[in-house]
Write a protein that binds this ligand. Structure first.
Ligand SMILES: Nc1ncnc2c1ncn2[C@@H]1O[C@H](COP(=O)(O)OP(=O)(O)OP(=O)(O)O)[C@@H](O)[C@H]1O
Length: 216
């Protein structure tokens, strides 16, 4: 099956330490993969590398079989990658929930009415329609996480990179996210410490350690 993401022998060293070496991973079209690992093992760094936000020290990143030799090469795939960071508090561009979710659609040229309708439906499907006109910065961490996810899913990216999507969520919200993500046929890499969440979502689980990924 055709691969959306190939990582070949990736190594990453930041200003303080050698984080990991030899990370090799192939994620097929529509495949869901989870990555677990100890605190500080480099899971968030790995997602940032795949999202084209930081550069690996060695090895190669291929998106849709196209090698990303520098951060510039990611530009043509920017709209195909939906990246949910672990901390979403700085992620928002608009004050209210509905405006923020509509933002990417408006930027893509959708009319205000179309963008509103689609965004409202997204809030409904995620169970947060009651937050529509709330100021994002008055929301709880869990509520902000779902709003950030809405803003990503609305753009229908081909690849989803989700860093701890359910931390700070209650059981109902977590189940909603599981149902939504299960219904989406995209390539996904999900970083999580949450065992039951992973079991319900990703058939393939890897553990990241200093020497690479081990399939569990
Ligand atoms: N900007 C930075 N500068 C220096 N060191 C950093 C930076 N960001 C992360 N680190 C360090 O790099 C290592 C990997 O961090 P990373 O956030 O990728 O780990 P993680 O596996 O996602 O951790 P967690 O499970 O706690 O979220 C950690 O030791 C962290 O302290």
């Amino acid at each position: 099956m055709s691969c959306s993401i190939n990582l070949k022998e990736l190594g990453y060293k930041n200003s303080t330490k050698d984080v990991f070496n030899s990370v090799t991973l192939n994620v097929s079209h529509e495949e869901k993969v989870a990555i677990i690992g100890a605190n500080g093992s480099g899971k968030s760094s790995l997602l940032k590398i795949i999202a084209g936000l930081i550069t690996p020290t060695s090895g190669g990143v291929f998106l849709f079989h196209d090698e990303m030799k520098s951060l510039k090469d990611f530009r043509k795939y920017r709209c195909d990658i939906g990246y949910l960071p672990q901390d979403v508090s700085d992620h928002f561009l608009c004050p209210t929930v509905i405006e923020d979710v509509m933002f990417a659609l408006r930027a893509k040229g959708k009319s205000k009415d179309d963008a509103y309708k689609k965004s409202y439906e997204m809030l409904q499907s995620l169970g947060i329609v009651h937050l529509e006109n709330r100021n994002i910065y008055d929301l709880s961490g869990g509520e902000q996480k779902i709003v950030a996810l809405a803003g990503i899913l609305i753009t229908e990216p081909k690849i989803l990179l989700l860093d701890e999507p359910t931390n700070a969520l209650d059981e109902d919200a977590e189940q909603k996210i599981i149902d939504i993500l299960n219904s989406i046929k995209k390539s996904m890499i999900i970083v999580s410490h949450h065992k039951t969440f992973i079991e319900k979502l990703a058939p393939t689980v890897y553990k990241l350690n200093k020497d690479g990924l081990n399939r569990l």
